[in-house]
Write a protein that binds this ligand. Structure first.
Ligand SMILES: CC(=O)CC(=O)SCCNC(=O)CCNC(=O)[C@H](O)C(C)(C)COP(=O)(O)OP(=O)(O)OC[C@H]1O[C@@H](n2cnc3c(N)ncnc32)[C@H](O)[C@@H]1OP(=O)(O)O
Ligand SMILES: NC(=O)C1=CN([C@@H]2O[C@H](COP(=O)(O)OP(=O)(O)OC[C@H]3O[C@@H](n4cnc5c(N)ncnc54)[C@H](O)[C@@H]3O)[C@@H](O)[C@H]2O)C=CC1
Length: 284
């Protein structure tokens, strides 16, 4: 797999594209409009600059990686790709429509179509295509250039050779650690993490503790790299809400019931760090 497509260049799509380009792969990134494409390009540039400043990448290598990435708003430019990783917004209808479009444009019969969804059933995206056995979950973690993990999610329709191919790409080419997850709500990590993130919001919403004390508690008491309220802001409150709604709708599990405060924050446009404001208001 040498020719890679990424659909969506928000927080995750830009990070995944950066990881693939740094591994020497040929990457085309597609988003819906020029504004989104420009934001994705700028995010990747900033991340690579940071790596140069920290002595982890030379300026020449940064320039080479940037020039190996192509950006487009036209999905048909992904026609020759070996693997396309969908990282569009966490919305089932958007994702199904992306998969139907990819099915129509990607020409190689053995191409793989992967989703970076946090929580949604891979099999529903597979069924939006005429090649459900070629559809798989490749769930990266935020920030994708930093977190080693990729969850490989196999639907009941995914062919074993597709699972093997994406696992080998993730481990041997991208240098990631993989785990195997079933096509269940939240897979492995978010099934454990999201109830914790939502519990922290409920604790704050109830007035039981301040933002700062909740976060300081988990950082200093449990050695987490950041507390749950900062982590909600990093993930994106719109994304946390979409995950909660999707898993709650499917399972009815009250641990995933979206807290009212989370909905109101999203209604207000406070989508977290990426929007400049979330539970915290100190993002520049
Ligand atoms: C929702 C889902 O479906 C699944 C998910 O992803 S859930 C979210 C999972 N992610 C987490 O839990 C994040 C937990 N937090 C962390 O790991 C860390 O706090 C953090 C990596 C985000 C920042 O770490 P930090 O030590 O506070 O900051 P900082 O010193 O600036 O960065 C640490 C390293 O990460 C790099 N880094 C940080 N943010 C980065 C970014 N956005 N892009 C690229 N590199 C980044 C830095 O360059 C630095 O690299 P070196 O140490 O090699 O120089
Ligand atoms: N934010 C996080 O911590 C993580 C998110 N994810 C998942 O990754 C996916 C993307 O999330 P983020 O990057 O955080 O969201 P984001 O909000 O930062 O970016 C989403 C991007 O998708 C684009 N988009 C929307 N419709 C599109 C379409 N039809 N075609 C192409 N692009 C389209 C938007 O313009 C935007 O640029 C979601 O499924 C999310 O659940 C997975 C792991 C971690």
């Amino acid at each position: 797999m040498q020719l890679i497509g990424v659909v969506g260049c928000g927080l995750m799509g830009s990070g995944i594209a950066e990881v693939a380009a740094k591994a020497g792969l040929d990457v085309i990134v597609r988003d819906i409009n020029e504004q989104a494409v420009d934001a994705g390009r700028a995010r990747i540039g900033k991340s690579l600059n940071r790596a140069v400043e920290r002595g982890k990448l030379t300026a020449e290598r940064r320039d080479a990686v940037l020039s190996s990435l192509r950006f487009t708003t036209d999905i048909s430019e992904l026609a020759d790709r070996d693997l396309v990783i969908e990282a569009a917004s966490e919305n089932e209808e958007i994702k199904k429509s992306v998969f139907a479009d990819l099915d129509a444009v990607v020409t190689k019969p053995d191409a793989v179509l992967a989703s970076n969804t946090s929580s949604m059933p891979i099999v529903r995206f597979a069924k939006a295509t005429s090649r459900p056995e070629r559809v798989v979950g490749m769930h990266f973690f935020n920030p994708a250039p930093v977190q080693p993990l990729v969850e490989i999610v196999s639907s009941v329709l995914t062919a074993p050779d597709v699972v093997d191919a994406v696992r080998s790409l993730a481990e041997d080419v991208l240098g990631k650690v993989t785990i195997s997850a079933q096509d269940r709500p939240g897979f492995i990590v978010n099934a454990l993490l999201v109830p914790y993130l939502l519990s922290a919001i409920r604790m704050y919403e109830s007035g039981a503790a301040s933002l700062e004390d909740i976060d300081a508690g988990m950082v200093n008491g449990c050695a987490h790299p950041m507390g749950p309220m900062r982590l909600n802001d990093l993930v994106g409150l719109d994304t946390t809400l979409a995950i909660a709604k999707s898993v709650h709708a499917e399972t009815g599990d009250p641990a995933y019931a979206p807290p009212v405060l989370l909905s109101r924050m999203v209604d207000a446009g406070f989508h977290g760090k990426k929007a400049g404001r979330g539970f915290y208001n100190d993002y520049s």
